[in-house]
Design a protein around this ligand. Sequence first.
Ligand code: NAD
Length: 296
Amino acid sequence: MAKIAFIGLGNMGSGMCANLCKAGHEVRAFDLNTDAVQAAVDKGAFGAASLKDAVQGAEVVVSMLPAGKHVLAVYFGKDGVAEHANKGILLIDCSTIAVDDAREAAKQAEAAGFPMIDAPVSGGTAAADAGTLTFMAGGPDMAYARAEPILKAMGKNIFHAGGSGNGQAAKIANNMLLGISMIGTCEAFNLAEKLGLDAQTFFDISSVSSGQCWSMTSYCPAPGPVPTSPANRDYQPGFAVAMMLKDLKLAHEAAVAAGAKITLGEMAEKVYGDLDARGHAGLDFSGVMKDLKGDL
Ligand code: NAD
């Protein structure tokens, strides 16, 4: 069992930290929000008063932070992880950040004497709490081999996607596809309804035909066919518009840098950007359906 410093105890980090404790690791938890630290202590962690306090003596650091700027500041900023951690300990960042930021973090980590992997996740807070997240990791083989047992305590499907930043690349390409397929699914259900089919009839046909996709069969945006989907609770998230927009912006940024054409990705970004601008950032991303029906 490892001595782990866990940084970032928000919606996702709190459940992940609790699962590391449950697996028997010795976890020192830190967040700027002291209530979040107390909640982690209640679930088996030791509370840390600062980053320095969290990482001293740690063998592994796991972070789950909002964005790239937080990740670079926490690891390499003043009084950050690199300043206080023992050389050679493993750094695992699970936040969703830009591919370039992940590669920059790995470069700085290597220069400072730390192996690092990016290991963003798929699956929301329910999967974080249940320990069933999907991890997609990028980084050197040796670092991945050390990280794998730690990730297994928090997730069900763990992938090594290649070198540094490849975990983030897998994550944003996947989420761009999800954004596009969700909008397409909403448009198909709306069209079918306007042409006289009810949602269940269209679902029964399309879910076993060539239009079938995850957005339809696991997260149907029309109320009815999939009881667990947010459509059945007035589109409360779930996965909010703001989060999808963040991932589509990261995909756009990465596509520009890589010279990849993403016509539909850009259109999806516009659709979610428009919902966000109209005050619907907190709506589930399948709420595009509600908008198409004129109910927003
Ligand atoms: P969150 O805002 O709930 O949690 C982030 C936490 O980091 C907060 O508690 C905040 O206080 C803390 N923090 C910020 N700066 C800090 C610092 N300098 N030192 C210590 N703590 C600091 O966010 P979340 O929903 O848990 O998401 C975290 C990451 O996971 C994001 O990158 C997000 O894109 C990604 N993600 C989220 C979901 C989801 O469904 N929520 C799903 C997949 C991936």
